[in-house]
Design a binder for this molecule. Structure first.
Ligand SMILES: [Mg+2]
Length: 371
C-alpha cells in the first residue's frame, strides 16, 4: 500500500521569494539585489509588515500558477514514478490562499506531468495535525514552525520513534535556525532527491518492523516460535497489577467518568505529584490510602497507566521540568556514598537500622501474612 507523504510547495517545489520580491519592487521601487532571503521574515524586515501584506493581498490567483520550479525535471520525474510505482500517495500541503487552489493544482499537474487525480492538494495552516490525521510518514517543509509542530506532535506519541518524520528543507531563510535540541528528532534535506530518499528510508524501516513480526497465518504452537516472536509479550505483565490498578480506575470512573483523560487530557505535573504522594506514603509504611480506602500501590499504578494512555492519545500536557542538571548532580554526588560509608565503617554494621519490621503492629502483620 502506498504511504502518504506530505510535501510543502513554496520554498520546496516552487520559488515564491524571488517573484514576490519582484512584486514588492513593483509596488515600492528599489533594486532587487538589495534584499537577501536569509531570514524567514525578510519581506517584513525590508518593507515593513503592512506593505508586505498589501502586496501579498493583491496577488492574483493566477500569479501562483506561474512560479518557477525549484526542483529539477529529473526530480519531478522521480516523484512521479514513485507515485506510479505505488510507493507514495503524495499530499501537497500549502498555506497558499484557497483562491490559488486551482492555479496550484494545474501548476503541480503540469510540472510533475501527471493528472490532478494522482495527488491530493490541500490549502491549510495546521500541517502537523493534517499529517497526523492522514497518517503521513513525513512532512517536507521549509518553514521551521511547521517542523517544530511536527516535533511537538511526535513527543505526544513516541519520543524515540517519530510518528511523522519532520524533514526541514534547507533554504537560506532557515539555515541559521535550530528547530530542536539534541533530544528532538528532525532531518534536514538539501534537495528534493535527498528528502524523498529520507521518506523512502522511513518506509523501509516501517516495512522491516512489520516484516519482523510473524504473519497472522503463522501458528505459534511451537515454544521456539514463541521465543522468536517479535510481538508484544503481553503475558509478561503481572495480572495482579492489572487487578489492583483496575480498582483504582473504577474509583476514578465513579468520580470523573470512564476514560475521561482521553477527552479532557491530563497535566504531567499533576499525575507525577499524585504518584509521588502515593509512593511516599506507601514507603513510609502506610498500605492503604485513607482517602479512597484502596492500597497506595493500586493508586500509583493507575497514575502511571493514565500518563501512558493520555500520552498515546495525544492528551498529555507535558509540563515536565526544564532540564536543570539533575544527571550531572547525581554523578557528582554518587562518589560521596562510598566515602560516607567508608568513614563510618564499623559502627554502620553494628548499630540498629529501623524498618517496617519495627512498627508497633509488626507482629499483627506477621500473623496476618502467615495465617
Ligand atoms: Mg514553504
Amino acid at each position: 500500500m502506498a504511504s502518504v507523504i506530505a510535501i510543502d510547495i513554496d520554498g520546496v517545489l516552487a520559488d515564491f521569494n524571488g517573484p514576490f520580491l519582484v512584486e514588492l519592487r513593483k509596488d515600492y521601487g528599489g533594486p532587487l539585489s538589495s534584499v537577501s532571503f536569509n531570514c524567514w521574515g525578510w519581506a517584513d524586515a525590508a518593507f515593513g509588515r503592512s506593505k508586505a501584506r498589501r502586496t501579498f493581498a493583491r496577488l492574483l490567483p493566477s500569479w501562483w500558477g506561474d512560479l518557477p520550479p525549484l526542483a529539477t525535471e529529473a526530480e519531478f520525474a522521480r516523484l512521479r514514478s514513485l507515485v506510479e510505482d505505488g510507493h507514495f500517495d503524495v499530499h501537497f500541503v500549502t498555506n497558499r490562499p484557497v483562491a490559488a487552489y486551482r492555479a496550484t493544482e494545474l501548476w503541480l499537474a503540469n510540472t510533475i506531468e501527471c493528472d490532478p487525480s494522482d495527488f491530493t492538494l490541500v490549502c491549510l495552516k495546521d500541517k502537523a495535525n493534517y499529517c497526523a490525521k492522514v497518517g503521513a510518514v513525513c512532512l517536507i517543509d521549509d518553514k521551521p514552525e511547521n517542523i517544530i509542530e511536527v516535533i511537538e506532535y511526535n513527543k505526544t506519541k513516541q519520543p524515540f520513534w517519530p510518528s511523522i518524520m519532520p524533514i526541514l528543507f534547507s533554504q537560506p531563510w532557515n539555515e541559521g535556525v535550530e528547530v530542536a535540541n539534541g533530544g528532538d528528532w528532525y532531518w534536514r534535506a538539501t534537495s528534493l532527491t535527498e528528502a524523498l530518499d529520507m521518506a523512502l528510508n522511513k518506509i523501509r524501516w516501517l516495512e522491516a518492523d512489520s516484516a519482523a513480526a510473524p504473519s497472522p497465518s503463522t501458528k505459534l504452537s511451537n515454544p521456539k516460535d514463541i521465543v522468536g516472536s517479535n510481538k508484544l509479550p503481553l503475558h509478561l505483565w503481572p495480572p495482579t497489577a492489572t487487578a489492583g490498578g483496575c480498582l483504582a480506575l473504577l474509583e476514578g470512573l465513579t468520580k470523573y467518568g470512564r476514560a475521561n483523560w482521553r477527552e479532557v487530557g491530563v497535566r504531567a505535573s499533576v499525575y507525577a505529584d499524585a504518584l509521588d504522594r502515593h509512593m511516599k506514603a506507601w514507603f513510609d509504611g502506610e498500605d492503604i490510602d485513607p482517602d479512597s480506602g484502596l492500597p497506595h500501590l493500586y493508586k500509583a499504578i493507575a497514575c502511571v497507566a493514565i500518563l501512558i494512555d493520555a500520552s498515546a492519545a495525544g492528551k498529555l500536557t507535558d509540563d515536565r521540568n526544564r532540564i536543570g542538571g539533575y544527571r550531572e548532580l547525581v554523578a557528582q554526588l554518587t562518589p560521596h556514598v562510598e566515602r560516607i560509608k567508608a568513614a563510618n565503617k564499623g559502627t554502620m554494621e553494628t548499630v540498629k537500622h529501623y524498618t517496617i519490621e519495627d512498627n508497633p503492629d509488626a507482629i499483627e502483620r506477621f500473623i496476618k501474612a502467615n495465617s
